[in-house]
Ligand binder design. Sequence first.
Ligand code: GLU
Length: 514
Amino acid sequence: MERKVRVRFAPSPTGPLHMGGVRTALYNYLFAKKHNGDFILRIEDTDQARFVPGAEEYIIQALKWCGITPNEGVGFGDGGHAPYRQSERKPMYRQYVEQLISSGHAYYAFDSTEELDEMRSRMEKAGSSFAYNAIIRQSMKNSLTLSEDEVQRRLAANENYVVRIQLPRNEEVRVKDIIRGWVVVNTAQMDDKVLFKSDGMPTYHMANVVDDYTMQITHVIRGEEWLPSAPLHVLLYRFLGWESSMPEFAHLPLLLRPDGNGKLSKRDGDRLGFPVFPLNWTDAKTGEQSSGYLERGYFSDAFVNMLALLGWHTSGNREIFNMDELVQEFSLDRVSKSGAKFDPEKAKWFNQQYLRLHSDEELADLFAASLQEKHPGIVNSVSRDFLVTACKLIKEKANFVHEFWEQGSYLFIAPEMYDQEVIKKRLNERSMAFVVAMKDVFLGLAEFTAASTESAFKQVAEAQGIKTGEVMQLFRVCLTGVAGGPALFEMCALLGKAESANRLERALATIKTQ
Ligand code: GLU
């Protein structure tokens, strides 16, 4: 019988979740949903020294914001495999470590830090690098070199120890990766990694494999940085007798800096001015702040859509997919082997696409909320219809709702300054006479719509023998103060007859005296 697909996202709470981590979570989620499987959030907090307060909450909040919702896990409920925090699973690991020791696949090692350092420097002096492996272990203090009595004595005396995996000296380990194909490593290139410590805590490798097995994980989808650990994990499955239920592996390509040189890091974000985290984060120790996509005004679905396409491509050319569509379309076959270059401009483009997908009504709500914070008087000074139409006009040129005010404040407040360049270039007696006439014609219009104002504009120009192109920009500057902006006559209709005529009159008076 086919096993039910079960995947997990297994971050360590060592800081805010990087966007690369969000992408790993996303691919796991998409894969699970596509195959009607389960997606689990497991917190890998065995390394207490690297624990950062607040990081776990941050991870949960970030996944929630993105709509990447686990079926079970820390913060998301029990699917029959609780607890999902490794520190709370501590009592489960020892039995498997003992199983490995008694089957001859692991051993106790009592070497002190000084002894390890001494061996390291001795090896380095001799021109080779230090690895606790099948050769070196023979000259170290461990249960392979000490007598059984001595080992028991040390254990009884509660001496510090670690348990190391006992690797074969020279054997090929083959890992099948869904994205990369077969990866083959010889154990001679590996070392006897620590699996367990005398404080009763497993290390990452041990806990990771035991949890994946006991949580019935079928596919391990994780970042490329874990590929070097995969052969060790394969051996652990073999040594524990779990090979037949070993998960399949898929190691995802790195996210690269915009120039393609190296891994995308927090520093690149700071330097180039884009966020690398989903949400704002403040480092409790240093007070250092890092900005998040949410607070920068990104829609979560735009962020998710952008991330999905970093390192994976769809079957066609289409780029805009909501979460359900991503689930339908997702396949690990189309994840690339090579790193994915992050393009901050493309991120903005995605947001712009999603901005346009929102209804004017929805944008009006968002805009009103953002105005309420910074310019509370403005929201109350206009009608709901006005706000909705204003959003319709402004959204054409904006990437973010928070740009609406900057780009369209003149819809709400008449200008006091006028673009000097346009005035210098376009203001003359003829164009001035045109604006004067327009003001009067506007006041006489029975119906004040985009269509009626536009035809009035054309008629006046024709009557005065002026090409519309000669006066269009000046006319716009008289109304708004600035040279560019939304569709001119739709804007006139929004401002209304009295306001449009007033603005023209005021502009004529001001420009004359400027
Ligand atoms: N705890 C590891 C991390 O922080 C998980 C690696 C894995 O998915 O196996 O990324």
